[in-house]
Write a protein that binds this ligand. Structure first.
Ligand SMILES: [Fe+2]
Length: 311
C-alpha cells in the first residue's frame, strides 16, 4: 500500500526542524544543502514506496562504505565525478573558454609529495617483472600556443597488477613508485620514464563493487595515466590519458575516457641509453594545452581530502 506524506505539514515541519533551517545559527550554506538532500530522500521514499528494510539496507551500506574508505571510489563509479566535469565543461563554454587539453576525473588515488625534478623523471622505483618500459613525454603550451616554462606536470598510475603505490594492498610498492613531478624548462617539455600500467579494478570485496554487482555493472577501468598540470599563469589541469588499444577504453566504470585523451602508443628502441629496463620500449607523446585564468584567477582548483607522503 502506497501512501503520500511528503507534502504534509508534519513532514515539512520535520524537515525544517531536523535541518534547523529557520535558525540564524550554524552554517547557512550547509543547512541549505542538507535540507535539500534530506528532502529529496524523503520524497524518493514516498515516490518509490521505499520500505523500512530497504532504508536500513542503505544505511548499513553507508557504514560499510565508510569502513572500506571507498566513498570517493563510489563517487567515480556512479558518475558523480564525471558529472562535476560535465558542469565545469559547460561553465567554461558559457564564459567562452574553448580548447585546451580536456579535463577528466582525478579519482581517489593521488598522493601529494612526489619528488619534483627538472624536465625528466624516472619514476619506476620498484621492480615489476611483468611491466615493460614506457616513456611519456610532451610539451606544455599556453592559450597562445607558446611553450610554458615552469609548469609542474605530475603523473601517477598503476603497476602491472593494477595497484597504485601507497594504496597497494600487497605492500609491494614504495610510496612514490610510479608517481612523479617534473618542472618544465623554457622549451615547455616534460618526460617520465616509467613502466606500462594495466587497468584497475575496484577491490572485489569492497562496498563499491558490492553496489555495482547489484546493478550488474563491472568495476574496471582501462589502463590509464593521471595528470595534474599547474602553472602560475594558466589554470590547473586535471586529466588522464588511456592506453590505446585497451578493450575497456569505451567501457570505463568511472566514465573518464574522452576522444582527445587516447594518444598513440609507438614502439621505439634506444631504451638502454635512457636507463630503461629494456632497449625496446613504448613511447607516448602527450602534449598538454593549458587554459587561461578567469579574471586573473584559477577557478579549477578543487579542494578535497588527498593522501600525502614524504619522499
Ligand atoms: Fe587511476
Amino acid at each position: 500500500m502506497s501512501v503520500r506524506v511528503f507534502e504534509t505539514k508534519e513532514v515539512q515541519e520535520l524537515l525544517r526542524a531536523a535541518t534547523n533551517i529557520d535558525s540564524n545559527d550554524g552554517n547557512a550554506r550547509f543547512k541549505q544543502i542538507v535540507h535539500r538532500l534530506l528532502g529529496d530522500l524523503f520524497k524518493a521514499i514516498d515516490d518509490l514506496d521505499i520500505t523500512p528494510d530497504e532504508v536500513w539496507t542503505g544505511i548499513n551500506y553507508l557504514n560499510k562504505l565508510g569502513q572500506d574508505g571507498e566513498a570517493a571510489l563510489l563517487a567515480a563509479g556512479l558518475g558523480l565525478e564525471k558529472y562535476l566535469d560535465i558542469r565545469m565543461d559547460a561553465s567554461d563554454k558559457a564564459i567562452g573558454i574553448d580548447g585546451g587539453t580536456p579535463r577528466t576525473i582525478e579519482g581517489p588515488l593521488y598522493v601529494a609529495g612526489a619528488p619534483l625534478r627538472d624536465g625528466v623523471s624516472k619514476i619506476d622505483i620498484d621492480p615489476d617483472v611483468d611491466a615493460g618500459p614506457l616513456v611519456i613525454h610532451g610539451t606544455v603550451t599556453g592559450p597562445d600556443g607558446q611553450q610554458v616554462a615552469g609548469a609542474v606536470v605530475e603523473c601517477w598510475h598503476a603497476n602491472s597488477k593494477g595497484f597504485y603505490s601507497h594504496f597497494d594492498p600487497t605492500g609491494a610498492q614504495s610510496d612514490f613508485n610510479l608517481r612523479g613531478a617534473v618542472r618544465t624548462g623554457a622549451d615547455g617539455k616534460y618526460e617520465f620514464r616509467t613502466l606500462m600500467p594495466v587497468g584497475y579494478g575496484c577491490p572485489p570485496h569492497g562496498a563499491t563493487q558490492q553496489l555495482l554487482d547489484e546493478i550488474a555493472r563491472h568495476g574496471n577501468r582501462p589502463a590509464h595515466v593521471h595528470f595534474f598540470v599547474t602553472s602560475d599563469s594558466q589554470r590547473k589541469l586535471t586529466t588522464q590519458f588511456n592506453i590505446e588499444g585497451d578493450p575497456l577504453i569505451w567501457d570505463d566504470f568511472a566514465y573518464a575516457t574522452r576522444e582527445d585523451l587516447i594518444p598513440h602508443v609507438a614502439e621505439r628502441s634506444g631504451g638502454t641509453a635512457l636507463g630503461l629496463k629494456a632497449d625496446t620500449y613504448k613511447d607516448i607523446e602527450f602534449n598538454i594545452s593549458l587554459t587561461p585564468l578567469v579574471q586573473g584567477k584559477d577557478n579549477q582548483i578543487v579542494n578535497r581530502l588527498r593522501a600525502s607522503a614524504t619522499a
